[in-house]
Design a protein around this ligand. Structure first.
Ligand code: SF4
Length: 323
């Protein structure tokens, strides 16, 4: 695979959506609206309604006016359509609005390891990832830092950022936050972690996940549609859903896939993930204390086929798994 020239890479045909909002002045207005929302925070489906500019008391995501970043760099472990040949430009935000007891990155998501960054620094990180040849800006765990992302995008876009934004979320997003992101995000990559809220409450300590998650995925799909790719197979725009198959079918995979096929689209690009391994507090909660069994993953694949979901990520890897 050859790398495009700079002119090809940033031709108007591949410009990200936020450039139109930049030239109309709407991106600046979104930044102001988003920071106003920080003062009675409804930026995710937890609805803490606390003034994050003044206090961290009652702030479930433990993040105030400034985002905390754990690290950034080209990432080659993401979906094929995101990593391409130069990697996905990943920014890992610290803290999270979920409390998954099996989180693999609990030191980042729960302990908050990382450094507070100014909007200027966050913009510089985005531009640095572009300079390194990454194909997109992949915002990992972004739900609680939407204002900070918007202002950094504004600053970076003024200085030449031309990469699409990937909103890589646990899927517990509020309609208020998604309205701010309409026309800014090109690629939504939500998790659909569970097919019912009681299980989500037990293992991720959030209320109403199934309802909030379905509403969020519907809105994301309304904004960007099914995933489209360029001639090199790189994601350009659309929805990419991740579903981690859990031991003992705790994720209620059939219900999640039925929703995607019936209410979103059978053309939904789906990463059906098989990499569950117990960590953090999972050892205290069987069956989360064991890895996923091959037959459990096989069942999930069969369900996807039965529901007509045909765009699975890395079909080769799926094939290796079984044949
Ligand atoms: S982003 Fe979510 S978790 Fe954080 S303060 Fe706002 S509503 Fe609460």
């Amino acid at each position: 695979m050859t790398v495009d020239t700079a002119e090809d890479r940033f031709s108007p045909a591949t410009w990200p959506a936020y450039l139109a909002l930049l030239s109309s002045g709407e991106l600046q207005r979104r930044v102001a609206q988003a920071y106003a929302r920080l003062e009675r925070c409804d930026l995710c489906a937890r609805y803490c309604r606390v003034n994050r500019r003044q206090t961290l008391d009652g702030v479930a995501c433990r993040t105030g006016e400034r985002a905390v970043v754990h690290g950034y760099g080209p990432h080659c472990g993401e979906e094929d359509s995101l990593r391409g040949w130069n990697g996905s430009g990943t920014i890992f935000f610290s803290y999270c609005n979920l409390r998954c007891i099996y989180c693999q990155n609990w030191d980042v998501s729960q302990k908050g390891e990382g450094l507070e960054v100014t909007p200027e620094t966050l913009a510089r990180i985005m531009l640095d990832l572009q300079r390194q040849g990454c194909h997109n800006i992949n915002l990992v765990t972004p739900s609680h830092v939407v204002p900070q992302i918007l202002v950094a995008t504004l600053l970076a876009a003024y200085r030449g950022l031309r990469l699409p934004l990937v909103y890589n979320t646990g899927g517990y997003d509020s309609p208020e936050a998604l309205a701010l992101l309409d026309g800014v995000v090109d690629i939504y990559m939500p998790d659909m972690k569970y097919g019912d809220s009681a299980t989500a409450h037990r293992y991720s300590h959030v209320r109403g996940y199934w309802e909030a998650n379905r509403a969020a995925v519907r809105e994301m799909h309304r904004q960007v549609g099914d995933l489209t790719m360029d001639e090199h197979g790189l994601a350009q725009r659309g929805l990419l859903v991740r579903h981690l198959v859990l031991p003992g079918d705790l994720a209620n995979t059939d219900k999640v896939l039925a929703f995607l096929a019936g209410e979103i689209s059978t053309d939904t690009y789906l990463n059906l993930m098989d990499q569950y391994r117990p960590c953090y507090h999972a050892f205290e909660e069987p069956p989360l204390d064991r890895p996923l069994l091959p037959e459990e993953y096989e069942r999930a694949l069969r369900l996807a086929a039965q529901h007509g979901l045909h765009r699975l990520d890395r079909p080769r890897r799926v094939k290796e798994h079984f044949f």
